[in-house]
Design a protein around this ligand. Structure first.
Ligand SMILES: [Zn+2]
Length: 432
């Protein structure tokens, strides 16, 4: 391939579309444009074309000299060019290759954005001259959802795509022991807790559990429960079992996570058994963190907090659920509060990181990667314990011969999705 060849890649996200191009071996990033996806598939493709045209005009490159275009989309891409984009509201499923060919001609290729990020990450790591890419690079993309890709061992960059093109869809591994419903229709998927949306979902669930639980009142309130959990854990554990059998949401979840074991601090476990002191400690902590969570300040009722209003009978249980659902916050609010010391927000991030580390350990046992690259918006999380917990949880669970892994974090400003799409266009054209 002549070095002067030009390749164009586009990261076509749900909100923004970002193009880039490779010319004479150097990569140039374009300006992002609004995806306008809410207006439908035609508007979305129109914006992709507009983003590319804008970049080509800016760089003085004529469309006719481009050897290949590649568009990376946030969802599965089938071999016949159909895409399924449930996270791109307004677009959904359609024959995207057909529509793109009308806009770009036959030199256009499609790729899943997590696969593009995997290629971009593998390339980035090579460029940084880390001693890698003989044992393969597993990339996990933490954004609105969770994506994944595996670049096979060897000098040439090659993706593991699978029979239907959905290999390494890490986000839909069933690894969560809680009944959270995923966008794919199943429950228990990794992305229901370890993504931007997942972190918000878990925080809301924890708030509701704590607000609706009657457990603290059985001990005269939060401080009574805290004291009893230290002095008579057996009594508290008994109350937890009894509350759970009556449908108390907090008690039910505490027993479920205690029996799953892996999400509790190791020192709290003895032979994986359910210990009274573990149960009572977890219940008191969950109740305290939930009712004292700073997020609740966003959902006050006439200056009174939701918990107090519920106790006084001013709100019903369904009012409380609705009130919590109505609190507007993002995973970065949870992150900010965790950094500032909010217990519930810290617990939510600890839980997400533990589940993620455990899931990556299982994948590593199958693929034995040399590098695990973490990309996506959540790499900007500031709460340090998050990535430390991912690695600790990984090490605790991984099949030990696969434990030696280099961890690389690639932040959003590295734009590996765009550079990976460019790289894919180059690989596809070289193969033709
Ligand atoms: Zn799923």
């Amino acid at each position: 391939m002549a070095d002067a060849a030009v390749f164009v890649g586009v990261d076509a996200g749900a909100t923004f579309i970002r193009p880039g191009l490779l010319r004479g071996g150097s990569f140039v990033l374009g300006e992002p444009v609004d995806s306008k996806a809410a207006l439908g598939a035609n508007a979305y493709v129109h914006q992709i074309k507009a983003a590319v045209d804008g970049l080509l005009a800016r760089e003085g490159v004529d469309d006719s000299v481009v050897s290949g275009f590649c568009v990376a989309v946030p969802g599965p891409v089938s071999f016949d060019g159909r895409v399924s984009l449930p996270n791109v509201v307004g677009v959904g499923d359609f024959d995207m290759r057909h529509v793109l060919r009308a806009a770009f001609g036959s030199r256009v290729f499609l790729i899943n954005d997590a696969d593009a990020s995997a290629l971009g990450a593998a390339e980035h790591i090579n460029v940084r001259r880390l001693r890698v890419n003989h044992g393969g690079v597993l990339t996990v993309t933490l954004g609105t959802g969770v994506g994944g890709g595996f670049v096979l061992p060897g000098k040439e960059l090659a993706l593991l795509s699978g029979y239907e093109g959905v290999a390494c869809e890490l986000g839909h591994m069933k690894v969560v022991d809680e009944p959270f419903k995923c966008g794919c229709g199943a429950t228990g998927c990794l992305e229901t807790v370890a993504s931007g949306n997942g972190i918000v979902r878990v925080a809301k669930a924890r708030l509701k559990e704590a607000l609706l639980s009657t457990l603290p009142e059985a001990f005269g309130g939060l401080s009574g429960l805290a004291a009893a959990s230290r002095t008579s854990p057996h009594k508290v554990a008994e109350a937890v079992f009894s509350a759970a059998s009556g449908g108390d949401p907090l008690a039910t979840r505490v027993l479920r996570s205690a029996s799953f074991g892996g999400f509790l601090p190791r020192e709290k476990l003895r032979d994986g058994a359910l210990r009274d002191d573990v149960i009572s400690y977890e219940a008191a902590k969950a109740a305290f963190h939930g009712r004292r969570c700073w997020l609740l300040a966003l959902g006050q009722v006439d200056g009174e907090d939701v918990s107090a209003a519920y106790r006084r009978g001013r709100l019903s249980a369904s009012d409380v659920r609705g009130r919590v659902d109505g609190i507007g916050f993002t995973s970065f609010d949870v992150d900010r509060l965790a950094v500032d010391g909010d217990g519930l927000c810290q617990d939510v991030l600890f839980f997400a990181a533990s589940v993620l580390g455990g899931a990556l350990a299982d994948v590593a046992g199958v693929l034995n990667p040399e590098v695990i690259a973490v990309t996506g918006g959540l790499t900007d999380l500031r709460y340090r314990e998050f990535f430390r917990t991912v690695e600790e949880s990984f090490q605790r669970r991984v099949f030990s011969p696969a434990a030696r892994v280099h961890w690389v974090k690639l932040r959003p400003h590295e734009h590996v999705g765009v550079s990976g799409a460019v790289r894919y266009a180059q690989l596809k054209v070289a193969k033709k």
